[in-house]
Design a protein around this ligand. Structure first.
Ligand SMILES: C[S@@+](CC[C@H](N)C(=O)[O-])C[C@H]1O[C@@H](n2cnc3c(N)ncnc32)[C@H](O)[C@@H]1O
Length: 203
């Protein structure tokens, strides 16, 4: 299956509010990001951002170097349209994360619900090697993926589930674990989806 085609179709046919991942305020991520005490100049990347409201809130918090990456051009265009003039303050990256070539070193890598769409070992290995190459020593990585108790599919395609210990295992060669937990996300129609989340620090 062509992943880009899949995601362009999703964003061209669904309103954001009709997607299971809609959150007008991604409070969990914002709370953790605020707790890190990053400088306003920190390079922050939201990977598989879709048209999430996270960048809007990061701008409000005063961050100046926000990078938004997604495989879907339509998702990025929707985000830019919503932000209006403020979109000029963000660096937009249309790319498959597994072949992304970073031009700066990031202080924070944020991924909410993108990694779990990589279902083959090769895709996951490529993701980890891009992640490793993208972060400076001491930089943070915050990942949220469907847990072992989460859904089997999302947006009609298969996903890979992770226990928090799987996340730790995946990154342990290059990252120290700061915090692991499970949390429920409530979809706009009231269903619960269980996530594994991990905050890690680049060794
Ligand atoms: C479930 S949505 C989550 C969007 C956003 N992070 C949020 O929480 O609202 C997954 C996103 O990952 C993107 N995505 C999926 N596979 C990707 C890949 N290989 N590279 C970059 N983005 C990808 C999709 O286009 C989609 O926007």
């Amino acid at each position: 299956m062509d992943l880009k085609e899949h995601w362009e179709k999703i964003y061209n046919t669904k309103q954001f509010e009709e997607t299971s991942w809609y959150e007008s305020r991604p409070e969990y991520s914002l709370e953790i990001i605020r707790s890190l005490g990053l400088s306003p100049e920190a390079n922050i990347i939201d990977v598989g951002a879709g048209n999430s409201f996270l960048p809007d809130h990061l701008l409000e918090l005063g961050y100046k170097n926000i990078h938004v990456l997604d495989i879907s051009a339509k998702a990025l265009r929707d985000s830019q349209a919503r932000l209006g003039e403020k979109a000029n303050k963000i660096i937009w990256l249309e790319s498959d994360v597994t072949s992304f070539k970073p031009e700066v070193s990031f202080d924070l890598w944020h991924d909410c619900a993108a990694l779990h769409f990589l279902t083959s070992d090769e895709q996951v290995e490529n993701y980890v090697s891009v992640l490793r190459a993208s972060l400076k020593t001491g930089a943070y990585c915050l990942l949220s993926v469907f847990s072992e108790n989460g859904p089997d599919k999302c947006s009609g395609i298969n996903i890979r589930k992770y226990a928090t210990s799987d996340l730790e295992q995946l990154l342990k060669a290059d990252f120290d674990t700061v915090r692991l937990e499970n949390k429920d996300h409530t979809t706009p129609w009231g269903a619960k989806q269980n996530f594994s989340t991990g905050l890690f620090r680049r060794k």
